[in-house]
Design a protein around this ligand. Structure first.
Ligand SMILES: Nc1nc2c(ncn2[C@@H]2O[C@H](COP(=O)(O)OP(=O)(O)OP(=O)(O)O)[C@@H](O)[C@H]2O)c(=O)[nH]1
Ligand SMILES: [K+]
Ligand SMILES: [Mg+2]
Length: 368
């Protein structure tokens, strides 16, 4: 039996098994087995590596990258070409795009790399089409645009989410607040600071046993934690990436139908052909990327508002700011003066390397 067949078999069994107290241990085992088989599927066979492939790896430029994932002919290339001014072939024929096509979009002075990708189909994960290579690129992006055709958005959404999930990508989710600390001996002890509503101790023990963990302290602070969350924590190779659902081709539907679409969370309806509502999409993209622009103020001059230093949230201290200008600057820093949201007062605050900057702060560097 191939790995794909084994996965199918377990999925079928899980679908047949009702979830209750008596079956929870069994279900836990199945979930853990499934995770292990999926990992097998992702493991590189021969030199190739999990993704890559000729033409799929492109040089990364810009401060952040956005990858376009969707079924064939939903309009990914139309959108990417118009957004960035980079040519990417468009046609009504499926699988027009055959490789990663990079372009750049400047938003509020920050260069964002946009990656147009080939269309994927159901079963992409299992090696159908170029799906696995496409998803491997998506795994490295800071944001994923899941591009859907408004005429059939919901079913396609589910399939694409399934493909990405199967590759260890978690969409619009934070890493679960669960710690599994392995021990030499002492058995399994489970503590939770929140009520367990979706998983019980038996199921947790089954998951652990399937991973051959006999002794561990499990601490759960995640509200509504599931067995899948626990598998994710044990596997450890998951990536948590925000996604925006781009509902394309709204020029082809009525206003009433459009109203219904707005109820899909994290979605923006647009028409890439007629260029409708693309501003909202770019705004949402900017907001989701959560970047921090910092303006440099030279001595006795006004701040340079045209070319901000752009940093990522969580990596935006004065030290990060210095490092992104030149690697020597941090060493030469005596102190910095900061104006803006991160400063205590409006006349500017004297700070050191560890100070955390906010979007649109102005910084003046004073060297030793
Ligand atoms: N009505 C309408 N048609 C669109 C829109 N965007 C794209 N199309 C059409 O949809 C077809 C596919 O567009 P592409 O941009 O090639 O789609 P893709 O997703 O890149 O396709 P693949 O690369 O094959 O996966 C073309 O005929 C486009 O003209 C839109 O907003 N409205
Ligand atoms: K196409
Ligand atoms: Mg295309």
């Amino acid at each position: 039996m191939t790995t794909v067949q084994k996965i199918k078999e377990i999925e079928d069994e899980m679908a047949k098994t009702q979830k209750n107290k008596a079956t929870s241990y069994h279900l836990g085992l199945l979930k853990a087995k499934l995770a292990k088989l999926r990992r097998e599927l992702l493991a590189p066979t021969g030199g190739g590596g999990g993704g890559g492939g000729i033409g799929f790896d492109v040089a990364r430029t810009g401060i952040a990258s956005v990858g376009f994932v969707g079924f064939p002919s939903v309009g990914k290339s139309t959108l990417m070409s118009k957004l960035t001014g980079t040519h990417s072939e468009v046609s009504a024929i499926d699988f027009t795009t055959l490789t990663t096509v990079p372009g750049t979009l400047k938003v509020h002075g920050a260069p964002i790399q946009i990656l147009d990708l080939p269309g994927i189909i159901e079963g992409a994960n299992d090696g159908r089409g170029r799906g696995r290579q496409v998803i491997a690129v998506a795994r490295t992006c800071n944001l994923i645009f899941i591009v859907l055709d408004v005429l059939k958005p919901l079913n396609d959404k589910k399939i694409i989410e399934g493909e990405l999930e199967g590759f260890g990508i978690r969409l619009n989710k934070k890493p679960p607040a669960i710690v599994v600390r392995r021990k030499e001996k002492g058995g399994i002890s489970i503590s939770n600071t929140v009520p367990l509503t979706n998983v019980d101790h038996d199921e947790i023990k089954a998951v652990l046993s399937e991973f051959r963990i006999n002794s561990a302290d499990v601490n759960i602070r995640e509200p509504n934690a599931t067995a899948d969350d626990i598998v994710d924590v044990i596997e450890g190779n998951r990536v948590y990436i925000p996604a925006i659902y781009v509902l394309n081709k709204i020029d082809a539907i009525s206003i009433e139908e459009l109203d219904l679409l707005y109820r899909i969370p994290h979605s923006v309806p647009i028409s890439s052909k007629e260029w409708l509502n693309v501003d909202e999409l770019v705004d949402k993209m900017w907001e989701t990327l959560d970047l921090v622009r910092v303006y440099t103020k030279p001595r006795k001059l006004a701040p340079d508002y045209n070319s901000p230093v752009v940093l990522k949230r969580g990596k935006c201290t004065v030290e990060d700011f210095c490092a992104s200008i030149h690697k020597e600057i941090a060493k030469q820093l005596k102190y910095a003066i900061v104006w803006g949201a991160s400063a205590k007062h409006s006349r500017g605050q004297k700070v050191g390397l560890e100070h955390v900057l906010e979007d649109e702060d102005v910084v003046h560097i004073v060297k030793k």
